[in-house]
Design a protein around this ligand. Sequence first.
Ligand code: SAM
Length: 291
Amino acid sequence: MKDIATPNRTKLILEKYGFSFKKSLGQNFLIDTNVLNRIVDCADLDNTSGAIEVGPGIGALTEQLAKRANKVVAFEIDQRLLPILEETLAPYPHAKVIHSDILKANVKQVMKEEFGEGQDVMIVANLPYYITTPILFKLLEENLPIRGIVAMMQKEVADRIAAGPGTKEYGSLSIAIQYYTEAETVLTVPRTVFVPQPNVDSAVIRLTKRSKPLVDVTDEAFFFSVIRASFAQRRKTLMNNLANNLSGIPKDKVWLEQTLLRIDIDPKRRGETLTIEEFARLSNALLQGKT
Ligand code: SAM
């Protein structure tokens, strides 16, 4: 049997089921086995590994994962795809589809039920682009027992993830991802390998989970509030952004200025110039004045 991800076989499958793409669900299916294989290569799976997929579509990536991994569990929101997946994945009984919105799924519980204790597990996905960031945050914040994530996303988001201080792409997303993982762009992908073709370019990012977050922060939620406030208006100074956008700290600008100077951060700097270590220092210092 031919791979699912060839233009012809994909067309036949879609026609057989009269499937129409839903733009609102970010449905752009891969029709290039080469690209799929390169994505799976980046996940470094072997026959003892487990894989979790978000949004299997008609099973193009699921199939390639199933050829390498010991077990694949895929979360799909669109009920219309379930009978299709049942047919396309029939040769791979160790690939299981769960009908669920990934943002609502209890992934930790599913992992407990589906994978062995201590099993190597990677999340591999061609993400629905309209919810790339919420999916990544959900998967990282839940502290799942995974080795990492290999994910296709719009290139613009991949650039923001991989950006460093002082660049225009650098922002709260770059810092949050860096906090939990080591990120690298492993592939850029032309729009021609999808059906229908998206109107943005794509890239594949590999996120390798750190054994512990990159910096020590006393209060994680407050750390992320400090970061968001610091980037609220990019052209404003750190001092102004914190004074205007961070709740729970004294409204006294002198206190704020002294706190920044005490930890060796010039209040006139812009948020986009601070490293993650500086944000950690800042958030721990501001916490002392938190009301
Ligand atoms: N993996 C397939 C491929 O590479 O050809 C399809 C990828 S397509 C970009 C995204 C898939 O995610 C679609 O199948 C879509 O129905 C599914 N999807 C969209 N929102 C979802 C959600 N909240 N939870 C789970 N799956 C979702």
